[in-house]
Design a binder for this molecule. Structure first.
Ligand code: DX5
Ligand code: ZN
Length: 218
């Protein structure tokens, strides 16, 4: 089953609640929330207060992507605010095993993320412990960037390891996902697709979501 996770980074923040409801109505599976600190990535976005504010608006899974230094310091804040999944970058976690377990101790799902230039080998020892592997298909920091096709072979590697060792994680991709690149990602083994601009820049979110999902079901 393919899941679609609209990234609210590309939503109209002046009416965020309405935007979240709109994609829920349009068939979204998750709400993807991009947290940036101006250190790990060159942009500042959403904190736990905003997550808490939109929590009552929807029952969809909150998929929180932390692009911040020292993510461990903020895990309980985001969990209390309503996160269902928290993903941390391997590049930002010198003690990745500890950080992943900190997330699980909150009673929620834990994901690990790697940037386009980071090899799969960097996370091989944590794959048995995570609920989600998120492969960045752009360099994190901004919405609306171009998909990096080199990442497709890392999706295949992560899928192959999943099958070989019977791991249970979902495989998510994030960045530059549109109806064309979505089908390439699914073919490579991804089952959760984040899309920001390809959904929120369209007036009709239901049809944008259906197009991304429809194309991949061909
Ligand atoms: C990039 C973020 C993405 C971004 C995706 O740093 O992690 O979630 O919002 O936006 P699009 O789909 O426009 O590339
Ligand atoms: Zn993201």
């Amino acid at each position: 089953m393919i899941k679609i996770a609209p990234s609210i980074l590309s939503a109209d923040f002046s009416k965020l609640a309405q935007e979240v409801k709109d994609v829920e109505k349009g068939g979204a599976d998750y709400i993807h929330i991009d947290v940036m600190d101006g250190h790990f990535v060159p942009n500042i976005t959403i904190g736990p207060l905003i997550v808490e504010a939109i929590r009552p608006v929807t029952s969809l899974t909150f998929d929180v992507h932390l692009m911040i230094d020292n993510p461990g310091q903020y895990i309980s804040n985001f969990a209390k605010a309503g996160a269902d999944i928290i993903s941390v970058h391997a590049e930002a976690c010198p003690h990745l095993h500890r950080t992943i377990h900190q997330i699980k101790e909150q009673g929620i799902n834990a994901g690990v993320v790697i940037n386009p230039a980071t090899p799969v080998a960097m996370i091989s020892e944590i794959l048995s412990e995570v609920d989600l592997v998120l492969l960045m298909t752009v360099n994190p920091g901004f919405g609306g960037q171009k998909f990096i096709p080199n990442v497709l072979k890392k999706i295949q590697q992560i899928k192959q390891l999943k099958d070989e060792f019977a791991y249970t994680y979902d495989i998510e991709v994030d960045g530059g996902v549109n109806e064309e690149t979505a089908s390439l990602c699914i073919e490579a083994g991804a089952n959760v697709l984040v899309a920001g601009s390809a959904i929120f820049n369209e007036k009709d979110r239901a049809s944008a979501i259906a197009q991304i999902r429809g194309n991949v079901n061909k």
